[in-house]
Ligand binder design. Sequence first.
Ligand code: RIB
Length: 298
Amino acid sequence: MIGVIGSISTDFVVTTNRVPKQGETVYGEAFETTYGGKGANQAVAAARLGGQVKMFGCVGGDQFGKETKANLEDNGVDVSAVKTIENTTTGSAHITVFEGDNAIVYVPGANQLVTIDYLKSVEEDLLACDYFVIQNEIPMPSIQYLIDLADKHDIKVTYDPAPFIEIDPSYLKKVDYLLPNETEAKEMFGDVEADQLLGQYPTQLLITLGGDGVLYHDGNQPVHVPAIKGELVDTTGAGDTFSGALTVALSKGNNLTDAIQFAAIAGSLSVSKFGAQGGMPTLDTLKAHKQFNVNWQI
Ligand code: RIB
């Protein structure tokens, strides 16, 4: 079982062909409300690809809370541990999409209430998981608590440190798969040369490069896995798709190299449609891709 512990949000998405400067108003092209939250996105990505997924998180007692929870259920995610907190708003992200790429203002709302007390209240369910998938849209003390819990109980952890928040470096070594993008890697480790950095975290650190692929160290040497090129509509949620897909492939017993290639296909398909979850592939869609390898254990 994959336990995704993280944010559940509504995305308010504006598409524009001009980004306003501070103090300026511009005409936008379109507005849409879509499902998001890095945690919920990772859960949906993993479930669509055949993972058995349980979501841990909090929503508000508003309409958005009901809808986001129902969306997770519709995608096959177990929501029995998700807590609804009355008199609180569900998390939200305010997204501007410009030329297919996004800028996001995230307002945590109920996601801020994914506290250690909440985690203790669902501990039995957490300990039933083989994998934890975590990101940084819940409080840092909870993230550190989860990493320690996983370490103690031999649960594997996929950790996407987005958006970047300072973390005590001692926790990084306890994570099995650390997935920063280039900017987050710089914020985390400073201006270290990529090959040198990867060599310090072999088979553990995966630096995602968006349209340029992924860098990691396979235990012998640094490896660059190129991105799979395809149609680009919206990059929102591509990193979450990669993280969810990688965890599914690893949980089914694939080696890291194969799991990265599987996740790279999922990530490339995810950007071909609008919205964080709009382009996330199902297993059938992924299997139909020309780069799917029939020898993968999926
Ligand atoms: O990673 C993309 C997600 O981050 C969006 O769905 C939005 O919720 C943001 O916080």
